[in-house]
Design a protein around this ligand. Structure first.
Ligand code: TXA
Ligand code: MG
Length: 354
Protein backbone atom coordinates (compact mmCIF):
# COMPACT_ATOMS: atom_id res chain seq x y z
CA UNK A 1 0.00 0.00 0.00
CA UNK A 2 1.20 3.50 -0.82
CA UNK A 3 -0.19 6.54 0.98
CA UNK A 4 -0.69 9.59 -1.23
CA UNK A 5 -2.05 13.07 -0.67
CA UNK A 6 -5.63 13.26 -2.02
CA UNK A 7 -5.11 16.72 -3.53
CA UNK A 8 -1.48 16.70 -4.62
CA UNK A 9 -0.36 13.08 -5.02
CA UNK A 10 3.39 12.73 -5.57
CA UNK A 11 4.61 11.95 -9.06
CA UNK A 12 6.76 8.99 -8.03
CA UNK A 13 3.83 7.08 -6.51
CA UNK A 14 1.63 7.77 -9.53
CA UNK A 15 4.41 6.70 -11.92
CA UNK A 16 4.89 3.50 -9.98
CA UNK A 17 1.15 2.75 -10.09
CA UNK A 18 0.96 3.67 -13.78
CA UNK A 19 3.75 1.19 -14.51
CA UNK A 20 1.81 -1.56 -12.74
CA UNK A 21 -1.20 -0.83 -15.00
CA UNK A 22 0.98 -0.78 -18.15
CA UNK A 23 2.44 -4.20 -17.43
CA UNK A 24 -1.02 -5.74 -16.95
CA UNK A 25 -1.33 -5.50 -13.15
CA UNK A 26 -4.11 -4.35 -10.82
CA UNK A 27 -4.09 -1.07 -8.88
CA UNK A 28 -6.75 -0.12 -6.33
CA UNK A 29 -7.23 3.65 -6.36
CA UNK A 30 -9.52 6.32 -4.90
CA UNK A 31 -12.11 8.18 -6.94
CA UNK A 32 -14.52 10.81 -5.67
CA UNK A 33 -17.25 8.14 -5.50
CA UNK A 34 -15.69 4.88 -4.22
CA UNK A 35 -12.36 3.05 -4.60
CA UNK A 36 -11.84 1.35 -7.96
CA UNK A 37 -9.93 -1.80 -8.91
CA UNK A 38 -8.08 -0.64 -12.00
CA UNK A 39 -6.45 -2.37 -14.97
CA UNK A 40 -5.43 -1.44 -18.52
CA UNK A 41 -8.78 -1.11 -20.30
CA UNK A 42 -7.24 -2.14 -23.63
CA UNK A 43 -5.65 -5.41 -22.39
CA UNK A 44 -7.98 -8.45 -22.27
CA UNK A 45 -5.65 -10.40 -19.95
CA UNK A 46 -5.61 -7.52 -17.45
CA UNK A 47 -9.41 -7.31 -17.61
CA UNK A 48 -9.63 -11.03 -16.86
CA UNK A 49 -7.57 -10.43 -13.72
CA UNK A 50 -10.15 -7.88 -12.47
CA UNK A 51 -12.95 -10.41 -12.74
CA UNK A 52 -10.86 -13.10 -11.02
CA UNK A 53 -9.80 -10.81 -8.15
CA UNK A 54 -13.36 -9.68 -7.43
CA UNK A 55 -14.99 -13.04 -7.90
CA UNK A 56 -17.19 -11.13 -10.34
CA UNK A 57 -19.31 -12.96 -12.92
CA UNK A 58 -18.11 -12.37 -16.50
CA UNK A 59 -21.57 -11.07 -17.47
CA UNK A 60 -21.20 -7.91 -15.33
CA UNK A 61 -19.48 -5.20 -17.43
CA UNK A 62 -17.00 -2.71 -15.95
CA UNK A 63 -16.60 1.06 -16.30
CA UNK A 64 -13.73 2.60 -18.28
CA UNK A 65 -12.10 5.68 -16.70
CA UNK A 66 -10.53 8.48 -18.74
CA UNK A 67 -8.42 11.44 -17.61
CA UNK A 68 -9.78 14.04 -20.05
CA UNK A 69 -13.00 14.48 -22.03
CA UNK A 70 -11.32 13.99 -25.43
CA UNK A 71 -10.14 10.52 -24.37
CA UNK A 72 -13.75 9.35 -24.69
CA UNK A 73 -12.97 8.96 -28.40
CA UNK A 74 -10.46 6.20 -27.60
CA UNK A 75 -13.22 4.04 -26.16
CA UNK A 76 -16.50 5.16 -27.78
CA UNK A 77 -17.36 4.75 -31.44
CA UNK A 78 -19.84 7.59 -31.40
CA UNK A 79 -20.45 10.55 -29.09
CA UNK A 80 -23.88 12.11 -29.66
CA UNK A 81 -24.48 15.83 -29.24
CA UNK A 82 -26.34 15.07 -25.99
CA UNK A 83 -23.41 13.00 -24.71
CA UNK A 84 -21.06 15.86 -25.57
CA UNK A 85 -23.28 18.29 -23.66
CA UNK A 86 -23.38 16.08 -20.57
CA UNK A 87 -19.62 15.58 -20.72
CA UNK A 88 -19.01 19.33 -20.99
CA UNK A 89 -21.29 19.99 -18.02
CA UNK A 90 -20.56 17.10 -15.63
CA UNK A 91 -17.02 15.76 -16.27
CA UNK A 92 -14.96 15.32 -14.25
CA UNK A 93 -17.61 13.98 -11.90
CA UNK A 94 -19.82 11.10 -10.78
CA UNK A 95 -21.56 10.55 -14.13
CA UNK A 96 -20.97 7.40 -16.20
CA UNK A 97 -22.25 7.38 -19.80
CA UNK A 98 -23.04 4.23 -21.74
CA UNK A 99 -22.04 4.79 -25.38
CA UNK A 100 -21.39 2.65 -28.48
CA UNK A 101 -18.10 0.78 -27.87
CA UNK A 102 -15.05 1.38 -30.07
CA UNK A 103 -13.31 -1.68 -31.54
CA UNK A 104 -10.14 -0.90 -29.54
CA UNK A 105 -11.90 -1.80 -26.28
CA UNK A 106 -11.92 -5.56 -25.65
CA UNK A 107 -15.45 -6.94 -25.51
CA UNK A 108 -14.70 -8.54 -22.10
CA UNK A 109 -14.74 -5.03 -20.59
CA UNK A 110 -18.41 -4.79 -21.53
CA UNK A 111 -19.30 -8.46 -21.02
CA UNK A 112 -19.79 -8.74 -24.77
CA UNK A 113 -22.20 -5.80 -25.03
CA UNK A 114 -21.75 -3.49 -28.07
CA UNK A 115 -21.54 -0.55 -25.66
CA UNK A 116 -19.01 0.84 -23.18
CA UNK A 117 -19.56 2.64 -19.89
CA UNK A 118 -17.15 5.55 -19.49
CA UNK A 119 -16.49 8.30 -16.99
CA UNK A 120 -13.90 10.89 -15.99
CA UNK A 121 -13.49 10.82 -12.20
CA UNK A 122 -13.10 14.05 -10.20
CA UNK A 123 -10.18 12.91 -8.05
CA UNK A 124 -6.56 14.02 -8.51
CA UNK A 125 -5.23 10.54 -7.64
CA UNK A 126 -7.49 8.78 -10.15
CA UNK A 127 -6.69 11.33 -12.87
CA UNK A 128 -2.96 11.15 -12.09
CA UNK A 129 -3.01 7.36 -12.26
CA UNK A 130 -4.77 7.29 -15.64
CA UNK A 131 -2.34 9.91 -16.99
CA UNK A 132 0.66 7.96 -15.69
CA UNK A 133 -0.70 4.73 -17.18
CA UNK A 134 -1.08 6.56 -20.51
CA UNK A 135 -4.26 4.70 -21.35
CA UNK A 136 -7.87 4.38 -20.18
CA UNK A 137 -8.27 2.40 -16.95
CA UNK A 138 -11.09 -0.12 -16.54
CA UNK A 139 -12.28 -0.33 -12.95
CA UNK A 140 -15.21 -1.75 -11.05
CA UNK A 141 -15.63 -0.85 -7.40
CA UNK A 142 -12.80 -2.37 -5.36
CA UNK A 143 -14.86 -4.75 -3.26
CA UNK A 144 -15.40 -8.47 -3.55
CA UNK A 145 -18.49 -9.28 -5.61
CA UNK A 146 -21.74 -8.62 -3.68
CA UNK A 147 -19.98 -6.84 -0.79
CA UNK A 148 -20.62 -3.13 -0.11
CA UNK A 149 -18.40 -0.91 -2.27
CA UNK A 150 -15.06 0.09 -0.75
CA UNK A 151 -14.86 3.71 0.34
CA UNK A 152 -11.49 3.41 2.15
CA UNK A 153 -8.22 1.58 1.54
CA UNK A 154 -8.98 -0.50 4.65
CA UNK A 155 -12.13 -1.79 2.92
CA UNK A 156 -10.05 -2.73 -0.12
CA UNK A 157 -7.60 -4.66 2.06
CA UNK A 158 -10.45 -6.41 3.89
CA UNK A 159 -11.90 -7.66 0.60
CA UNK A 160 -9.01 -7.98 -1.84
CA UNK A 161 -5.76 -8.32 0.11
CA UNK A 162 -3.28 -10.38 -1.90
CA UNK A 163 -5.26 -10.07 -5.13
CA UNK A 164 -4.13 -6.49 -5.88
CA UNK A 165 -0.63 -5.47 -6.95
CA UNK A 166 -0.79 -1.98 -5.45
CA UNK A 167 -3.23 0.07 -3.36
CA UNK A 168 -3.13 3.87 -3.48
CA UNK A 169 -4.49 5.13 -0.15
CA UNK A 170 -5.69 8.73 -0.21
CA UNK A 171 -8.20 8.53 2.64
CA UNK A 172 -11.97 8.14 2.42
CA UNK A 173 -13.76 8.62 -0.92
CA UNK A 174 -15.57 11.98 -0.61
CA UNK A 175 -18.96 11.03 -2.11
CA UNK A 176 -19.12 7.44 -0.89
CA UNK A 177 -21.80 6.36 -3.41
CA UNK A 178 -20.99 5.08 -6.90
CA UNK A 179 -21.51 7.18 -10.02
CA UNK A 180 -24.86 7.76 -11.68
CA UNK A 181 -25.06 5.63 -14.86
CA UNK A 182 -26.94 6.95 -17.87
CA UNK A 183 -27.47 4.88 -21.02
CA UNK A 184 -27.23 7.00 -24.18
CA UNK A 185 -26.68 4.11 -26.56
CA UNK A 186 -30.28 3.62 -27.65
CA UNK A 187 -32.44 5.53 -30.12
CA UNK A 188 -34.91 6.74 -27.50
CA UNK A 189 -34.48 9.09 -24.55
CA UNK A 190 -31.60 8.46 -22.10
CA UNK A 191 -32.16 5.66 -19.57
CA UNK A 192 -31.07 5.85 -15.94
CA UNK A 193 -29.35 2.52 -15.20
CA UNK A 194 -28.19 3.38 -11.69
CA UNK A 195 -28.92 6.40 -9.47
CA UNK A 196 -25.66 7.62 -7.93
CA UNK A 197 -23.50 10.52 -6.86
CA UNK A 198 -24.94 12.91 -9.45
CA UNK A 199 -28.60 13.64 -8.55
CA UNK A 200 -31.19 12.86 -11.22
CA UNK A 201 -32.59 16.40 -11.22
CA UNK A 202 -29.19 17.81 -12.20
CA UNK A 203 -29.15 15.43 -15.16
CA UNK A 204 -32.71 16.20 -16.23
CA UNK A 205 -31.91 19.92 -16.19
CA UNK A 206 -29.39 19.32 -18.98
CA UNK A 207 -30.66 16.17 -20.72
CA UNK A 208 -34.43 16.67 -20.56
CA UNK A 209 -36.67 13.64 -19.93
CA UNK A 210 -34.91 10.51 -18.66
CA UNK A 211 -36.40 7.03 -18.52
CA UNK A 212 -36.14 5.46 -15.07
CA UNK A 213 -36.99 1.88 -14.30
CA UNK A 214 -37.53 0.83 -10.69
CA UNK A 215 -35.80 -2.56 -10.75
CA UNK A 216 -35.41 -4.06 -14.19
CA UNK A 217 -35.44 -7.83 -14.29
CA UNK A 218 -32.15 -9.56 -15.01
CA UNK A 219 -30.99 -13.09 -15.43
CA UNK A 220 -27.67 -14.73 -14.77
CA UNK A 221 -27.38 -15.71 -18.44
CA UNK A 222 -27.56 -12.24 -19.91
CA UNK A 223 -25.03 -9.46 -19.59
CA UNK A 224 -26.10 -7.12 -16.83
CA UNK A 225 -27.04 -3.70 -18.06
CA UNK A 226 -26.95 -2.20 -14.59
CA UNK A 227 -25.45 -3.17 -11.27
CA UNK A 228 -27.56 -5.06 -8.84
CA UNK A 229 -29.81 -6.71 -11.39
CA UNK A 230 -29.00 -9.82 -9.47
CA UNK A 231 -31.24 -9.16 -6.49
CA UNK A 232 -28.47 -9.30 -3.93
CA UNK A 233 -25.88 -6.56 -4.27
CA UNK A 234 -24.10 -4.26 -1.83
CA UNK A 235 -24.96 -6.96 0.62
CA UNK A 236 -23.89 -7.01 4.25
CA UNK A 237 -23.59 -10.42 5.87
CA UNK A 238 -26.37 -9.64 8.34
CA UNK A 239 -30.04 -9.68 7.39
CA UNK A 240 -31.12 -6.22 6.32
CA UNK A 241 -34.44 -4.61 7.17
CA UNK A 242 -35.48 -1.38 5.43
CA UNK A 243 -38.60 0.59 6.38
CA UNK A 244 -40.04 2.75 3.62
CA UNK A 245 -42.98 5.13 3.83
CA UNK A 246 -44.53 8.13 5.54
CA UNK A 247 -42.11 9.49 8.13
CA UNK A 248 -44.12 9.38 11.37
CA UNK A 249 -45.37 5.84 10.78
CA UNK A 250 -42.03 4.68 9.46
CA UNK A 251 -40.36 5.85 12.66
CA UNK A 252 -42.92 4.00 14.77
CA UNK A 253 -42.46 0.86 12.70
CA UNK A 254 -38.69 1.10 12.93
CA UNK A 255 -38.90 1.28 16.72
CA UNK A 256 -41.34 -1.66 16.81
CA UNK A 257 -39.21 -3.86 14.52
CA UNK A 258 -36.06 -3.14 16.51
CA UNK A 259 -37.78 -3.78 19.84
CA UNK A 260 -39.24 -7.04 18.52
CA UNK A 261 -35.90 -8.31 17.26
CA UNK A 262 -34.20 -7.37 20.53
CA UNK A 263 -36.91 -9.16 22.51
CA UNK A 264 -36.35 -12.23 20.35
CA UNK A 265 -32.71 -12.21 21.41
CA UNK A 266 -31.26 -11.09 18.10
CA UNK A 267 -28.23 -8.84 17.83
CA UNK A 268 -29.58 -5.69 16.20
CA UNK A 269 -27.61 -3.00 14.38
CA UNK A 270 -29.16 0.30 13.31
CA UNK A 271 -28.11 2.60 10.47
CA UNK A 272 -29.13 5.64 12.45
CA UNK A 273 -29.96 9.19 11.42
CA UNK A 274 -29.67 11.71 14.27
CA UNK A 275 -33.40 12.42 14.15
CA UNK A 276 -34.18 8.79 15.09
CA UNK A 277 -31.86 8.59 18.11
CA UNK A 278 -34.85 9.08 20.43
CA UNK A 279 -36.37 5.82 19.17
CA UNK A 280 -33.65 3.66 20.66
CA UNK A 281 -34.13 4.46 24.35
CA UNK A 282 -33.51 1.34 26.47
CA UNK A 283 -32.87 -0.89 23.46
CA UNK A 284 -29.59 -2.87 23.44
CA UNK A 285 -28.58 -2.10 19.86
CA UNK A 286 -25.34 -1.43 17.98
CA UNK A 287 -25.47 1.91 16.24
CA UNK A 288 -23.73 3.23 13.12
CA UNK A 289 -24.37 6.95 12.84
CA UNK A 290 -25.15 8.44 9.43
CA UNK A 291 -25.62 12.04 10.62
CA UNK A 292 -28.68 14.23 10.15
CA UNK A 293 -31.31 13.28 7.59
CA UNK A 294 -31.08 16.91 6.40
CA UNK A 295 -27.50 16.30 5.20
CA UNK A 296 -27.77 13.69 2.48
CA UNK A 297 -24.18 14.09 1.29
CA UNK A 298 -22.94 13.05 4.72
CA UNK A 299 -25.26 10.04 4.79
CA UNK A 300 -24.00 8.99 1.35
CA UNK A 301 -20.41 9.38 2.42
CA UNK A 302 -20.88 7.17 5.49
CA UNK A 303 -23.34 4.56 4.22
CA UNK A 304 -21.05 1.75 3.01
CA UNK A 305 -18.63 2.19 5.91
CA UNK A 306 -21.55 2.01 8.33
CA UNK A 307 -22.82 -1.20 6.72
CA UNK A 308 -19.38 -2.76 7.02
CA UNK A 309 -18.96 -1.60 10.63
CA UNK A 310 -22.23 -3.21 11.70
CA UNK A 311 -21.29 -6.39 9.88
CA UNK A 312 -17.95 -6.45 11.63
CA UNK A 313 -19.76 -5.99 14.95
CA UNK A 314 -21.44 -9.32 14.16
CA UNK A 315 -25.09 -8.28 14.42
CA UNK A 316 -27.82 -10.61 13.12
CA UNK A 317 -29.95 -7.91 11.57
CA UNK A 318 -29.37 -4.35 10.37
CA UNK A 319 -32.35 -1.97 10.44
CA UNK A 320 -32.66 1.29 8.51
CA UNK A 321 -35.30 3.85 7.64
CA UNK A 322 -35.57 5.23 4.11
CA UNK A 323 -35.01 8.99 4.00
CA UNK A 324 -36.77 9.83 0.74
CA UNK A 325 -35.85 10.07 -2.93
CA UNK A 326 -34.93 13.75 -3.25
CA UNK A 327 -31.40 14.53 -4.46
CA UNK A 328 -28.91 11.92 -3.29
CA UNK A 329 -31.77 10.21 -1.45
CA UNK A 330 -32.60 8.22 -4.57
CA UNK A 331 -29.13 6.65 -4.66
CA UNK A 332 -29.14 6.07 -0.90
CA UNK A 333 -32.52 4.36 -1.14
CA UNK A 334 -31.31 2.24 -4.05
CA UNK A 335 -28.30 0.99 -2.06
CA UNK A 336 -30.42 0.24 1.02
CA UNK A 337 -33.01 -1.67 -0.98
CA UNK A 338 -30.35 -3.68 -2.79
CA UNK A 339 -28.54 -4.44 0.46
CA UNK A 340 -31.87 -5.75 1.75
CA UNK A 341 -32.11 -7.96 -1.35
CA UNK A 342 -35.66 -6.72 -1.80
CA UNK A 343 -36.83 -7.31 1.80
CA UNK A 344 -38.37 -3.90 2.25
CA UNK A 345 -41.26 -3.03 4.55
CA UNK A 346 -43.34 -0.47 2.66
CA UNK A 347 -45.77 0.79 5.30
CA UNK A 348 -47.76 2.83 2.80
CA UNK A 349 -48.57 -0.35 0.89
CA UNK A 350 -48.69 -2.90 3.68
CA UNK A 351 -52.23 -3.79 4.78
CA UNK A 352 -50.97 -5.32 8.05
CA UNK A 353 -49.43 -2.09 9.33
CA UNK A 354 -51.43 0.60 11.05
O1 TXA B 1 -18.45 5.34 -9.14
C1 TXA B 1 -18.29 4.35 -9.84
O2 TXA B 1 -18.97 4.15 -10.87
C2 TXA B 1 -17.24 3.34 -9.40
C3 TXA B 1 -15.87 4.00 -9.51
C4 TXA B 1 -14.75 3.04 -9.24
O3 TXA B 1 -15.74 4.61 -10.77
N1 TXA B 1 -17.31 2.15 -10.21
C5 TXA B 1 -18.31 1.24 -10.10
O4 TXA B 1 -18.14 0.14 -10.89
O5 TXA B 1 -19.25 1.38 -9.35
P1 TXA B 1 -19.00 -1.19 -10.77
O6 TXA B 1 -18.38 -2.14 -11.68
O7 TXA B 1 -19.10 -1.62 -9.36
O8 TXA B 1 -20.38 -0.83 -11.33
C6 TXA B 1 -20.44 -0.50 -12.68
C7 TXA B 1 -21.71 -0.96 -13.28
C8 TXA B 1 -21.77 -2.44 -13.57
O9 TXA B 1 -22.32 -3.19 -12.54
C9 TXA B 1 -22.62 -2.51 -14.82
O10 TXA B 1 -23.92 -2.94 -14.52
C10 TXA B 1 -22.61 -1.10 -15.37
O11 TXA B 1 -21.80 -0.33 -14.55
N2 TXA B 1 -22.06 -1.12 -16.70
C11 TXA B 1 -20.76 -1.20 -17.06
N3 TXA B 1 -20.64 -1.25 -18.39
C12 TXA B 1 -21.89 -1.20 -18.89
C13 TXA B 1 -22.42 -1.20 -20.20
N4 TXA B 1 -21.65 -1.29 -21.27
N5 TXA B 1 -23.75 -1.13 -20.33
C14 TXA B 1 -24.55 -1.03 -19.25
N6 TXA B 1 -24.11 -1.02 -17.97
C15 TXA B 1 -22.79 -1.11 -17.80
MG1 MG C 1 -19.59 -2.47 -7.74
Amino acid sequence: MVTVDPRTPDRASLERAGAVIRRGGLVAFPTETVYGLGANALDPAAIARIFAAKGRPANDPVIVHVDRPAQVWQVARHVSPLAARLIARFWPGPLTLVLPRAATVPSAVSAGLPTVAVRMPAHPVALGLIAAAGRPVAAPSANRFSRPSATTAAHVIADLDGAVDLILDAGPAPIGLESTILDLSGDGPPVLLRPGGLPLDDLIAVAGPIVTRPSPPGTDEQPQVAPGLMTKHYAPRAEMLVIVGERVRARARLRAEIAGRCAAGQGVGVLLVDEDADLLANLPVQVARLGSETRLAEIGERLFSALRDLDTAGVDVIAARDIGAAGLGLAIRDRLVRAAAGRVIDIDNDPTST
